[in-house]
Design a protein around this ligand. Structure first.
Ligand code: SF4
Ligand code: SF4
Length: 324
């Protein structure tokens, strides 16, 4: 099998991260259960990595840090993960979306299942598709403006140290444990829609993906096509889950590219399509995969070594916040 065919490896990495994140969720549930039970259940330490599920807290903490407040001790891991994911996007495009994000794994499994059932994934009319894609940028602009621009350093500090923010992770857990009828309907509708359309949440609604896409425009790594070797078979454009017309591009600059390698993997003409750094140096699939994983883990490790990982909230504070 060609060294460019990295899809099994990518899917393996996606599922490893998904399993790890489920494990984090279970450990966090057990921790909250212990605190709420007044210590009657077995003690499980709070997994700090759970803060990776708090990108808004990461944005708040990053804005606060950039405005001179230092990295907060309430959810420091949220800041570390947020900055790490931005760094991954800066160097390796939106590879976080196609190699790590748990939402994208579920979404990808859904549209592939839908394809098996229907033999196709319909596409929205172009105008509607473009308009809906704008929604995620509007959401991103709203969050970036209202948090990173409009809030003063003092306001950020006050909010970060509020009881509301301290419990952001517990609120998220409770949200999923006790889904309201409305939330359940929205989630089920998105899941159902994901059977037909490719990645509707990521494509139209995710403000995190929108931000990563804009950062990724600066990435030196991109899919590059050789017009001399390309035979214009169109396979790359057909397999792209974000509908980029790869066959007619010299290199893919689009913020919609999630760095999934599907186009490179499926091109049967050697050297016609490759992932290249600075437009010149071919990046082998295995190297790209190693870089994604190493950068992500390395970033979180740097946060731990730098003392910005463990929350300053102790068990007594959690008892106060979660007590009757
Ligand atoms: S799959 Fe390869 S050969 Fe076919 S159009 Fe794309 S780059 Fe060209
Ligand atoms: S252009 Fe290639 S790497 Fe980018 S999203 Fe499309 S298939 Fe994936």
């Amino acid at each position: 099998m060609s060294a460019r065919y990295v899809q099994p490896l990518r899917i393996l990495i996606q599922f490893c991260f998904l399993a790890f994140m489920l494990w984090l969720g279970v450990r966090f549930y057990q921790f909250v259960h212990y605190v709420r039970g007044g210590g009657t259940a077995p003690f499980v330490p709070r997994p700090d990595g759970i803060e990776g599920f708090l990108p808004i807290s990461g944005l708040l903490g990053t804005a606060s840090w950039l405005k001179g407040n230092g990295i907060n001790g309430i959810h420091p891991a949220a800041v570390v993960v947020f900055l790490t994911v931005l760094l991954v996007a800066l160097l390796l495009r939106r590879s976080f979306c196609s190699w790590i994000c748990p939402v994208a794994v579920v979404s990808e499994c859904s549209w592939k299942a839908g394809f098996k059932l229907l033999r196709r994934n319909p596409r929205l009319p172009r105008r509607l598709d473009v308009s809906l894609r704008g929604v995620k940028y509007l959401l991103m602009a709203f969050f970036v403006w209202s948090i990173a621009v409009a809030m003063s350093p003092a306001a950020l500090e006050t909010f970060i140290n509020s009881d509301y923010h301290k419990l952001a992770d517990v609120r998220l857990l409770d949200f999923f444990l006790h889904l309201s009828p409305l939330a359940l309907t929205v989630i089920l509708s998105l899941l159902l829609l994901s059977l037909f359309l490719k990645n509707p949440f990521c494509r139209y609604l995710c403000p995190y993906g929108a931000l990563l896409g804009l950062v990724a425009i600066l990435s030196p790594v991109r899919v590059t096509r050789s017009s001399e070797r390309c035979v214009s078979c169109g396979v790359c454009s057909q397999v792209c889950p974000t509908y980029i017309d790869v066959m007619h591009k010299k290199s893919v600059l689009s913020p919609e590219c999630i760095g999934c390698w599907r186009c490179v993997s499926h091109c049967r003409f050697n050297q016609a399509l490759s992932m290249r750094a600075a437009g010149r140096y071919a990046v082998p699939g295995i190297v790209f995969a190693l870089l994604v994983v190493t950068l992500f883990w390395g970033g979180t490790l740097a946060g731990k070594i730098g003392g910005h990982w463990r929350t300053a909230l102790d068990i007594g504070e959690y008892r106060r916040l979660l007590g009757p």
